[in-house]
Design a protein around this ligand. Structure first.
Ligand SMILES: Cc1cc2nc3c(=O)[nH]c(=O)nc-3n(C[C@H](O)[C@H](O)[C@H](O)COP(=O)(O)OP(=O)(O)OC[C@H]3O[C@@H](n4cnc5c(N)ncnc54)[C@H](O)[C@@H]3O)c2cc1C
Length: 296
């Protein structure tokens, strides 16, 4: 078993100092729900954990000037318990509620979910839909970028050695919009996403779609908004036939990116169905279906 040192950071400044200490090859440790699992599977390339899970500045959830500020060490359970987030971005809260089990949600953090960047990471579709910005800090300074640019592929990000995700920011969606998240897993709970989708949508005074953001999860190697489907829906009147057409276009956009693979026969049908359902929930208020569907 590899011997690893452990040290706790008491502030962001502290964490950045410790992560850039040349005497050690350090790695941020938040909830450990990915990192400690990986430790069993592969020999670590680092020799010290810098525990950032209790760094006060990284545990903040606040709204200033219509912008949500979400600390990177905030756990899924803390997000679920936050009533303001449930009011303004229920789809993000639903995505967090769908993660693992209560134990995983009590320890797992939003920063860890994005930094680990699994293609099936449940927070990504709603964060990408919100054009959320990730804020980074290292001894070289601070920088920020869209989450959709930060995550470059499965388990790949722009994070540099010694760099820390400090927080995320995103604008509150316009008040006339609704948002919805659906996840398909192999079972009702403690289930990794087979597919998911996040949608935000709103109508103008004539009942035409004037705001639409759509992002599937675990569908393409990189989690991205499907702009072609968004543009197809903008300016149109919500209707069953429109939802069906949008579902088909979403499935075809996925296949255009991934090509036909062993899972396509299933994912094509399933993505079509959850796209229709999410649009129906956003535009006709029929959000009766469960947010977590079990793969048939
Ligand atoms: C049983 C089980 C079920 C799970 N189910 C789900 C699920 O349904 N959906 C899902 O999306 N995930 C799931 N996960 C994965 C995991 O729980 C999440 O990805 C979680 O968000 C990881 O956060 P963490 O705080 O535990 O990260 P850690 O394990 O502490 O860290 C993960 C990685 O991110 C880095 N890191 C962490 N915080 C920062 C930071 N602030 N700055 C820079 N780098 C950082 C670490 O160095 C490490 O490389 C599951 C895991 C387990 C074990």
């Amino acid at each position: 078993m590899t011997k690893l040192e452990y040290i706790r950071a008491n502030s962001i400044h502290d964490a950045v100092q410790l992560l850039s200490d040349p005497a050690w090859k350090s790695r941020p440790l938040a909830g450990g729900t990915d990192l400690l699992v990986q430790l069993r599977l592969e020999t670590p390339t680092y020799n010290r954990f810098v525990d950032i899970s209790r760094t006060p500045e990284m545990k903040v959830i606040e709204i200033k000037d219509n912008i949500v500020h979400l600390g990177a060490a905030v756990t899924f359970s803390e997000i679920i318990a936050n009533t303001l987030l449930s009011q303004i971005v229920p789809f993000f809260v639903e995505a967090c509620r769908s993660v693992g089990s209560p134990q995983i949600r009590n320890a797992g953090t939003i920063g860890g979910n994005v930094a680990n960047a699994a293609a099936c990471a449940d927070s990504l579709p709603s964060l990408v839909c919100l054009d959320a910005v990730v804020h980074l800090k290292s001894f070289k300074g601070e920088r920020q970028m869209l989450v959709s640019e930060f995550v470059t592929g499965p388990h790949q990000t722009c994070l540099e050695e010694g760099e820390l995700i400090t927080h995320f920011t995103f604008h509150i969606p316009p008040s006339h919009t609704k948002n919805h998240f659906i996840k398909i897993g192999r079972r009702n709970a403690q289930s990794i996403s087979r597919l998911s989708i996040a949608v935000i949508g709103g109508l103008d005074e004539n009942g035409l779609i004037n705001y639409l953001r759509l992002c599937p999860g675990a569908a393409t190697p990189k989690t991205v908004r499907f702009y072609d489907v968004e543009n197809f829906l903008l300016g149109k009147k919500p209707a069953e036939s429109l939802f069906v057409e949008a579902g088909e276009r979403t499935a075809q956009t996925m296949i255009a990116v991934t090509g036909r693979r062993w899972s396509t026969r299933y994912k094509e049908v399933a993505l079509r169905a959850i796209t229709e359902r999410a649009l129906r929930a956003v535009f006709s208020g029929d959000s009766s279906r469960k947010h977590i569907e079990v793969e048939q």
